[in-house]
Design a protein around this ligand. Structure first.
Ligand SMILES: [Ca+2]
Length: 148
């Protein structure tokens, strides 16, 4: 299988979902959608990651790294999805947007360091940008950046 290294660095200008105008943001990382994840999980692939939750901020800094697994040959159709949520103690967490990036963006073997616009997944309020460092490592290509 191939590896997608994703460092979730930070976000800025995100939607404030709580009274007082702030959020308690965390991110869920996935390859593709829920259904495909479930199917692939049965085959032993790891498809999802979750960052820690930062409290009362619109500019969370995570610097957390995840290694997601993808099927060789699926780079043309698969995508990386990073969804942001506002954690709530007394109710369900609210989605505050997502980024969805085709894996074909990353297949040149170089680390990609960039800011991505946060878009609504359905009709929720979403704004701001998220800073990701992504390195796609096809089978047989060693990962050499130890500082990643
Ligand atoms: Ca909250």
């Amino acid at each position: 299988m191939n590896h997608l290294y994703v460092r979730v660095i930070e976000a800025k200008g995100i939607h404030g979902a709580d009274l007082g105008g702030k959020s308690d943001p965390y991110c869920i990382l996935k390859i593709n959608d829920e259904e495909i994840n479930k199917k692939m999980k049965k085959k032993g692939f790891e498809f999802a990651g979750k960052t820690s939750t930062k409290t009362k901020t619109l500019h969370p800094k995570w610097s957390e790294t995840f290694i997601l697994e993808t099927m060789p040959g699926d780079e043309e159709t698969d995508f990386l999805r990073v969804q942001l949520f506002d954690h709530d103690k007394v109710s369900n967490d609210d989605s505050i947007g997502m980024v969805k990036i085709p894996l074909s963006t990353f297949v040149n073997g170089q680390p990609h360091d960039g800011w991505y616009d946060i878009k609504p997944m359905k009709k929720e309020k979403a704004k701001g940008q998220i800073h990701l460092l992504v390195h796609y490592c096809p089978l047989g290509v060693p990962f050499v950046r130890r500082d990643f």
